[in-house]
Design a protein around this ligand. Sequence first.
Ligand code: GDP
Ligand code: MG
Length: 785
Amino acid sequence: MRLSELKSGESGVILKVRGHGGFRRRIMEMGFVRGKRVEVILNAPLQDPIEYNIVGYAISLRRSEADMVEIISEEEAQQLMSQENFGSTESDCLEEAYSRKSKHISVALVGNPNSGKTSIFNAISGSHEHVGNYSGVTVDAKRGYCTYRGYKFEITDLPGTYALSAYTPEELYVRHHLEQNTPDVVLNAIVASNLERNLYLTTELIDMNPRMVVALNMYDELEHRGAQLDHDNLGRMMGVPMVPVVARTGRGIENLLDTIIAVYENEDDRVRHIHINQGHIIEEALGALNEELNRYRNRLPNVYPPRYLAMKLLERDRDIEEILGKYPEYTDWATLRDREVKRVEELLDTDIETAFAERKYGFISGALKETFEPGEHEQPKVGAAIDAIVTHKFWGFPVFFLIMWLMFYCTFSLGAYPQEWIEHIVEWLSRVVSGLMPEGTLKDLIVDGVIGGVGSVIVFLPNIMILYLFISFMEDSGYLARAAFIMDKVMHHLGLHGKSFIPLVMGFGCNVPAIMASRTIESRSSRLITVMITPFMSCSARLPIYIVFAGAFFPKSAGLVLFGLYVAGVLMAVLTAKLMRRFMFKVDETPFVMELPPYRVPTVKTTLIHMWDKCAQYLRKMGGLILVASIIIWFLSYYPKSVDSDTSQATHYENSYLGTIGKACEPIFEPLGFNWKSSVALLSGVAAKEIVVSTLGVLYSEGEEDSGRDGEVTLRYRLAASNDFDTASAMAFLIFILIYFPCIATVMAIASELGWKWAVGSIVYSTTIAWIVAYAVYNLINLLL
Ligand code: GDP
Ligand code: MG
């Protein structure tokens, strides 16, 4: 009976906890473990929660939760034992009844039509149900029994289905069976010689998080074709034990039953609940819904995990809509759902169900790529031709480096043209405003503070657009996943996995989404290391500084310097990863799947939407953080006003608040060759790295006039003319910028992913290293020149 049916004062022993894996764990952690005795303290009708006593502790459970706990009561035990003439004391009786009852395992057979479910059913139960080579039309379940190693199996042969949506009667039937009967173990029968298609249903089942075993049926056919499958590894990657069987001859059936027992007793170390990564666009939608649903976790149906409910809501699954429709909050959920579906479908340019299916197939092909070797005469699949090149052992790398080179080349070279146009517009605007406004503080604020500050950053919008164009294209086309695949071996040398590679490449755009993308890495230590090294990937915010400085101080070899900086960042990341692996984490090998989503040619529309998304983000940063910072910097540099009107601009700045702050920090930065202006710029860069440029823009806004030299960039020109930097200090400055303090947004991202301890660690580590390396570079160059 159910725990909720037990009345006040009665007691019983827990037989099993039903429901999805997460729910079971939660209930078990509260102490409701199999074999434990529970006594009801108070179970009044209409009262929720119910109070229980477990080994001396008083714990309350909601009625809906107690409904999921199956127990054997004393009354039941006595009945059971008297039927079998067992005469003894009460407590012995309960224990004996428990030890018998707890060895009942209910198994539900789920699989595609013709996957051999009935054959397996017959092989296990010894029945002679009709086996036919056609899809069944009857929507019906057959039940059979067998005893094996002291366990009593009750197995149910369900109708064949390809998926678990709520479309066909078969699908609905199977789902309702899983929901209402909550079998102890789901046995998923799949055709070993047609894995790709059959594993789809497996991924649908994984989402529901039941206890599960996969029977790789017709293994004889797979062997016959000369194909090879590392089924143990495949099972580990998917978190579901897999057993090869040949149902027709009975081969492997004992092994299958042993595995079912092990899974039932929680003794199989391959069992793990995995989340199939749906790609960041859908994951964001899922995250939003999941968070909303999780707030009502205690009241939601306990058979399905919240993530599953969120997925089904997004798919507009009628069955789940009906279940959730009973909740008063449903209208809120539906509104959120509608908004997210609209966003996802617009960004992906496909309906959400197709998107889910594609990601699942991507997961499957990634898993099979590592574990399955097809027989000789098998037809290659679509997309395999491209894969043959881009994931080739040897050719994969040149292709990858070519694409990376193209990305950076376009970012810098093509970006330079529109960059110049915007510069001219900013300059023109500054002149016009200057001419229109009367002399005074307000004019200085607008021209030097706002236009000077924001203007010096906004000119880099084209470069950033091009960079994002490439990154979005690589991601959306499915190429980035392949790149991660070929980098897997390289990443293993760093103690990481290929999966870490994706966030690192994304880090070239912006570290914040990159850090969030590392969520899909399942091994905690790998995720941690990936997050911690991501800030060393030169994000697009550092780009303006590089371009200004490389142009001002290394005009002849600007390209080389830029390239060197990116490489230096990557080297820092590599070094840090190695150190962390060596000294902080022993290698842990959680096997996981690197998804290979199908190739797609991103449409112009989706690409433009993506790009606009990023640009809007960049522009918002301009209008917000950078604008405010520019104005603050301007204020600090404008006041206190010089009393003497003859004071030169330079002396005025030196005496300003900003000058005072910069001077106070000078001792720290002097060994690196930086003066107070650069110190101030570095301090301001803590908020966002672009602000370094806008600060310099304000500080150098009234430097020498750029006497109309064609194409000469104002800030670049003024910096070069200022004599504040020489080769050594300019280089040290660039290196310092590359390594030091990740911007505030990145620190927040690290804190939210890993906690504040790691965020602070990242700040201290990066800033210390930045100082040391910049110091070394400064002195080394001085020594050489
Ligand atoms: P169901 O539709 O999932 O119940 O599948 P059935 O049990 O009716 O089997 C479908 C077909 O596969 C039948 O023709 C079986 O003889 C055949 N079959 C079942 N198991 C095996 C096996 O292990 N090896 C081979 N080669 N054929 C099998
Ligand atoms: Mg059948």
